[in-house]
Design a protein around this ligand. Sequence first.
Ligand SMILES: *Cc1c(COP(=O)(O)O)cnc(C)c1O
Length: 367
Amino acid sequence: MTPFLDLKSINAQYRSELIEACTRVIDSGWYIGGNELTQFEQKFAAYCGTTHCIGVANGLDALILTLRAWLELGRLQPGDEIIVPANTYIASILAISANGLTPVLAEPDAASFNLSPANARAAITARTRAILPVHLYGQLADMPAIMALAREHGLLVLEDAAQAHGASISGKRAGSWGDAAGFSFYPGKNLGALGDAGAITTHDDQLAQTLRALRNYGSHEKYKNLFKGINSRLDEIQAAMLCVKLSKLELETQHRRALAAIYLQNIHHPGVQLPQVASSVQHVWHLFVIRTQQRAALQQHLATQGIQTLIHYPIPPHQQQAYQEWSGRSYPLTEAMHREVLSLPMGPTLSEEAALRAAAAVNGFNA
Ligand SMILES: *Cc1c(COP(=O)(O)O)cnc(C)c1O
């Protein structure tokens, strides 16, 4: 049996270090907003190559609070348009809606599944104020082109880096390209906590300061509230878990790359399209996503051989009940992807033998 992602075996590798870190927090008597959080924020900012990292409760809050901070700072106004890829995980779009801003969906690039700079350019109107590229499946969007477009039109850029910890172009990592970036440390992400957690990275001092208040009731100083903030904090236990996990991330990413190389070299099937990686991009393979017009049959075929696959994602955001106001719209490329994508097993504890077996099983599929 090859599970899609074996979280238990991932964390079991670091069991003694995680328990030690947990014990340290328990014995410290300090559980929110302490040394563990500061340590993690400093380490993760250094890892991404930014001056600031602000820990929050989850990845969705990281995106929501960044847009909220730009509203508080007067850089965005209610109703402003934000361009976002139509095929993203819905959280990117929810963050825009949650702030009374207007999501403008753009079709992705067919090769990378990421926001197409040309389609983003075509979506710009007089009300556009920001672009929210998503580094889907662990591959950076075309950030050089997106940043150039944003600078040309005076737009803010918020990266959704929830799937792309450590991904880079020319050595410059996810989280350091835009004006800010939101990360998720949901347990199944490449850098996963043992519960919910998230963070924002940025080079912007003023934004960082505003975010530190917004995550804590709008307050920098106890009982003095500058903003109508919320409670969205990354607690000490999760920060301590993340310090351990961050120290393992590069090795884990190398393993993901080795598995992806096995899939890319060994899967040969006329009905299966492999993911395409631009040569300048250092993919971190959060997911290994193939495309096929016979998805249900291939998924069933793999399941009978004990190989678990998942679909990221089955229903595009514009066809969700939550966005019924968009039900009449059509994004053909996005809709085709949602019909055809299938994610093969991928993770830091998946063996190379298991990846080879999965590749052989794909090759043995008779449509
Ligand atoms: C996981 C994810 C999020 C949300 O992160 P949570 O920590 O689950 O709130 C946002 N965007 C994308 C692309 C994601 O994959």
